[in-house]
Design a protein around this ligand. Sequence first.
Ligand code: GLC
Length: 557
Amino acid sequence: MSGTAPWWRSAVIYQVYIRSFADGNGDGVGDIAGIRSRLPYLKSLGIDAIWINPWYKSPMADHGYDVADYREIDPLFGTLAEAEQLIEEAHRHGIRVIPDIVPNHTSDRHAWFQTALAAGPGSPERERYIFRPGRGPDGAEPPNDWVSCFGGPAWTRLPDGDWYLHLFAPEQPDLNWEHPEVRAEFESVLRFWFSRGVDGFRIDVAHGLVKDPELPDLPPRPEPARLGPLVSRDPAREQPRQHVDHPHWDRDEVHDIYRAWRKVADEFPGDRSFVAEAWADTPERLAAYVRHDGLHTAFNFDFLMASWNAKDLRAVIDDSLAMLGAVGAPATWVLSNHDVVRHPSRYGRGAVKQWVANEPYRPEGPLDLELGTRRARAAALLMLALPGGAYIYQGEELGLPEVEDLPEAVLQDPIWERSGHSDRGRDGCRVPLPWTGHSAPFGFSPEDAAAAPWLPQPASWGKRSAAAQSGDETSMLELYRTALRLRRAHPALGDSSLTWLDAPTGVLTFRREPGFIAAVNLASTPYRLPDHTTVLLASGTVEGGLLAPDEAVWLAV
Ligand code: GLC
């Protein structure tokens, strides 16, 4: 890691899904007090920064991604003063803080939307959002055929006859980014938080802000391999992906917005940075977000969507490094987040076939969690050895699997209702963390808590708690701690490049300078490690110089 490169080029950033991280006040929902109490844990894990999912004032129709006031903390999570204390204390622990900003839509309770509702059709107040008359004789048909990411149409009709656009839930009306007040307001919100010391922002739905002004219907289906994995074992899809012009995703004009945001970040000292949640058709399209005058980094979802297959992973790694390198941006690798099935549960099943971004992916078939966990350990060593930065989703370091048997009665993700109960949604990766003890709430809430955790924790999670794993050298937690410690100390890791080494089919082996090799065995037979190397860290046990299938190793040369 170069001493002069900005921190975000190689940072390991831990995602705090605030509702489920730690509950300080005993109401069953995680909060800022909980995060503050766990800063020593985060410090000992060895991460560089935390990304905190939305903490703003919100009616919680989509757990905070429906923001009613971008300058207030929701009382469920705490107060603005507590947020300021958290930023200050995190900095004292050497941890940077990155809140989430949600610019594509507001809550329907946001003052702007309420004013727009009251002002009526044709009013200037409605121009901050995307209101339109309907189609058909009585305007009873939506203005176009766009669909909500949560299921159902992307338009809702008001009693006064107007329709408004929401790419997500009806409680999340889309803003009109052609409106100068919308642009000015968000730049002001960024300054509000930058001046309170935040180190950057994760930008929600960064690829969705600009819509085709004509609001045309969607392009005819089937779209060619849109947003799917780079290569796939499905021979029909073994072709380079192509960008498809889409009326509301990843339009070129969106970059003007981020050029302006970059200028705002640059007004503040200390390398403030952005990470885009942008789902792009191709690595080139993704790279467009992180050009020198635009955003700093973007999540690499191709890596997350790749199945446990050496060819797919290598193609993703090569293409990502090539395209991002061409614009001078670092890669940021990610395996899990609050929107996707946790990776031990993904890798414990057959190959991921045609995972289309922006569409729900729910793996099916029998789960071999032991296998999935072994692969998750190997994947962690792969991710943390790659050039660039990495994201860890809370609980990933505990090896938490997806909770797939939550009772229907407790499901809260709007996807469950909006899909007409055909998709259980994302609650299974959002179950509150187990910290300590043998029964719920496993230290998530204080002992005298008034309420149970907002989603029930599996009874078996005592053995997965942070306390149970701490000090156990074979645990997932200690694997992450050791990997992060080595990564921090080793001059070959972090930013810079890699060189692939020859290896049998199904094995990924690469070298980083000085003196570091990573090997991952995705084949079905053991792999003999290169000569003249010593093991720094292994995801399993290396015996007789052989790396077993589904295991990974870091070597010193
Ligand atoms: C992003 C968030 C997701 C949220 C959606 C709408 O994809 O990660 O959790 O539901 O945006 O804001």
